[in-house]
Design a protein around this ligand. Structure first.
Ligand code: SF4
Length: 435
C-alpha cells in the first residue's frame, strides 16, 4: 500500500507536496519520502516513519522545489533510477503478483540492482523502476510494465522536465487537481481539500500523462483489458472525504449502512460504527433504521490503522488495543455494531466480549461487505487466504463463535448499488474465489 502525491508549480511547492502527502498517511505508515526538483537537480529524501515527524517545518523551510513528489508507503520510496532519458524518482502504489518471476527474469538478463545486494530485499518499486528505466522513455517503460506484470498500480515519476503519471487497470485510484496554475496528482482527492486544489478529473485506466510548466499533456492511452475499480477503497481503504472515479466514499459507506438496515432490520437501543472505518456505515444504518447513533468505543488517537502491521497477529493486537469501550453507553443496551469487514473474526469476538463484559444485553453485527473468501492479490486486505474465517465456517457458525446475537453481511448487489458501479466494473476477487 502507498499514497502518492505530485505537484508542479511556478513557485516553491514544498509545503504543497508535504501536506498533500500528509493527508494520504492513512494509506501507509511505514516509510515516507519526498523527491524534489529545484530546476537544476533532483533530490530524494526518504525516512522510516510518519511524514509529519520526519519532515518538520524547520527541515521543510530549508527545501526548494518547483516540482516534487511525496510518498507514504510500506516500502522505502521514492526509488531513484537512471533511465536512458536521465534521472528519475518513482512513487508507486501497486503490487506485482508475479514479483518473483519478474525479478528472476531481470537477474537472468544480468541487470544489476546496484546498492541492493540482498536480492530478497528488492521491493516491487525497485523492480518496476528497473523495468521502466531500461526503456528509452517513461511511456515505453509503462508499456513494458503492463505487458509483463500481473497486479495493478498507480505511479508517479519525477524527472528534470516534469512529472509523469499513469494508472493501471483501475484498482488503485489516481486523481488530477489544479490550483492557481499549479497542478497536483494524488492517490485520493481528500488531500486536495485543505491544500486548496480543485479536482479536474480522475485518471483513466491505461492513461499516461505528463505534467510540466506548460500544463497537462495526455501522452498515451493504453488499451487495457479487464478494467476493475478497487471496491475496497470505498468500503475501507480510502479517506471518507475522498471522491474516487466520481463516487463519494462517504456516501458509498452511508449507502452500505442503509442497505444493511433494510436487509437485516432488528430492534435495538443504539447503533455504533466501529471507529474509524465503520463509522459512516453505522451512521447510514442509523439514518435508515431510525435507531440512534452512539459510538460504543473510542478509538485511541495514537494507534495505527490495524491493517498496516505485516502480521495478522499484530494487526489483531493493534485492533484490540486501539478501541476503548464506553461502559456508561453500553450498560443494559441492545447494540448494533457496524464494521467494514471481518477477516479472521478475532477482533469481532474480542469487541463483542468487551461489550458484554461491560453490561451490553445484546450485540448484533452488520458487516459492510460480503464474507471475505480470499486474500487480496493487490495488497489491500489480508495476505493469506487461510486467514479468512469465511473459508472455514458458515455465517451461523461465525456468529455463534463470535458471541454475537445476530450477524448480517452486505451482498455484492448492495456494493453495486451503494458505490454506483455495476459488478463487471468492480473488483470482487476477494469475495468470489471463482472470479
Ligand atoms: S481483491 Fe478485494 S481488496 Fe483486493 S482490490 Fe479486489 S476488491 Fe479490493
Amino acid at each position: 500500500m502507498a499514497g502518492i502525491f505530485g505537484v508542479i508549480s511556478q513557485e516553491n511547492c514544498v509545503e504543497d507536496v508535504f501536506y498533500g502527502t500528509f493527508y494520504l498517511q492513512h494509506r501507509a505508515q511505514d516509510y515516507c519520502g519526498i523527491g524534489l526538483n529545484d530546476g537544476k537537480t533532483l533530490e530524494n529524501v526518504t525516512h522510516k516513519g510518519l511524514i509529519k515527524q520526519q519532515f518538520p517545518k524547520k527541515i521543510r523551510n530549508s527545501l526548494l522545489a518547483y516540482s516534487a513528489i511525496g510518498v507514504v508507503s510500506s516500502d522505502r520510496q521514492p526509488v531513484s533510477g537512471l533511465s536512458k532519458a536521465g534521472g528519475i524518482l518513482i512513487g508507486f502504489d501497486g503490487n506485482l503478483i508475479n514479483h518473483k518471476q519478474l525479478k528472476e527474469k531481470l537477474l537472468r538478463k544480468g541487470r544489476s540492482f546496484d546498492g541492493y545486494y540482498d536480492v530478497e530485499k528488492i521491493t516491487d518499486t525497485i523492480l518496476i523502476s528497473k523495468i521502466i528505466s531500461s526503456e528509452s522513455n517513461f511511456e515505453k517503460g509503462i508499456e513494458k510494465l503492463v505487458e509483463t506484470m500481473k497486479g495493478d498500480f498507480s505511479i508517479i515519476a519525477l524527472t528534470r522536465d516534469g512529472i509523469y503519471a499513469s494508472r493501471g487497470w483501475g484498482r488503485k485510484p489516481l486523481i488530477l487537481g489544479e490550483k492557481d496554475g499549479s497542478y497536483a496528482i494524488s492517490s485520493e482527492s481528500n488531500s486536495f481539500v485543505n491544500t486548496g486544489f480543485k479536482i479536474i478529473r480522475d485518471f483513466d485506466p491505461g492513461e499516461i500523462v505528463f505534467l510540466s510548466k506548460e500544463g497537462v499533456d495526455v501522452v498515451k492511452k493504453l488499451k487495457l483489458d479487464n478494467i476493475k475499480y478497487g471496491t475496497f477503497e470505498w468500503v475501507y481503504t480510502a479517506h471518507p472525504a475522498s471522491v474516487i472515479d466520481g463516487k463519494s466514499v462517504i456516501l458509498a459507506r452511508k449507502n452500505l449502512g442503509r442497505a444493511l438496515a433494510r436487509r437485516y432490520p432488528i430492534e435495538a437501543d443504539i447503533v455504533s460504527g466501529i471507529p474509524n472505518s465503520g463509522r459512516w456505515h453505522g451512521i447510514g444504518y442509523s439514518e435508515e433504521s431510525g435507531i440512534p447513533y452512539q459510538e460504543v468505543f473510542v478509538r485511541f488517537d495514537y494507534s495505527d490503522r490495524s491493517f498496516t502491521p505485516q502480521e495478522e497477529e499484530s494487526r489483531t493486537e493493534e485492533g484490540d488495543r486501539k478501541l476503548i469501550v464506553l461502559e456508561e453507553i453500553v450498560k443494559r443496551k441492545k447494540i448494533i455494531i457496524v464494521d467494514d469487514s471481518i477477516v479472521r473474526g478475532t477482533q469481532t469476538k474480542n469487541q463483542t466480549k468487551k461489550l458484554k463484559d461491560k453490561g451490553a444485553e445484546e450485540v448484533h453485527a452488520r458487516i459492510a461487505c460480503p464474507p471475505l473468501m480470499a486474500a487480496c492479490k493487490y495488497g489491500k486486505t489480508t495476505r493469506k487466504d487461510d486467514e479468512c474465517i469465511a473459508r472455514k465456517m458458515g455465517i451461523e457458525e461465525i456468529r455463534k463463535t463470535r458471541g454475537l446475537d445476530s450477524l448480517g453481511y452486505a451482498t455484492v448487489e448492495d456494493l453495486e448499488e451503494a458505490i454506483g458501479f455495476p459488478r463487471d466494473k468492480l473488483c470482487l476477487e476477494c469475495w468470489d474465489i471463482k472470479s
